[in-house]
Write a protein that binds this ligand. Sequence first.
Ligand code: 5RP
Length: 262
Amino acid sequence: MSGQLSPIDTAKFVAAKRAVEFVEDGMKLGLGTGSTAAWMVRCLGERVREEGLKIIGVPTSSRTAELARQQGITITSLDEAKWLDLTIDGADEFDSELNLIKGGGAALLQEKIVATASDQMIVISDVSKRVDTLGAFPLPIEIIPFGWQTTKALVEELLPSMEVLGTTTTLRMNGDAPLMTDEGNHILDLHLRSIGNARQLALVLNQVPGVVENGLFVDICDVVVIGHGDGKVDVHDINEGTHVTDQIEFAESDNIFSDLAD
Ligand code: 5RP
């Protein structure tokens, strides 16, 4: 199968495949968004179909909701589920303390609410997302459309007093128009290059009127599963302080590969 999948897709797939082994019958699960999370939804769908695994998923975007439905996964809203056992999601960057940058797929708001309402969060990733210091990936923040230029100016004004190297921001576009999130908001990408104090920055950004939420996930993630192009996975549990390496075996006949639209 690795012959058919690129090394990067193999890495995402094996991380997803290993992460869904944490899922147990009866769990309420947060379902992340993005290309890596899409692998996780497919792997979960496979367990639902083949093992009769009984789970309820809370999707973090309309895209994930659609894929989960296609995969035969029962989904509900967070308000119905109230509290979740586990959330599995991708990330744009993670550091050694498992602090994250998320929001590259513009779903950070629902992703943060869902992950925070979960007993445990597992991030699935290829190795390229591991960094010493967060910030090379532009930090997304979700802002309301009303007065967005004022919000942008206020954010730019506070950045020089934060421990960051860059202070420019750009409104994320979808073609010629500002991108609209599932919640009807815009995304501002902060080009910070390096974030010295993620906790402080996350708190300060959320004080700006017009900022709904930022893509820094501090003290939310418990486990990261890092996939590699050769089928190896590293599982790092920050609470247990453990690092385990496994090899994921998968067959060319796995019907999970029949819908590779994402
Ligand atoms: C979406 C996210 C994604 O998890 C993040 O962008 C990673 O995506 P991918 O797995 O496609 O690299 O935060 O808002």
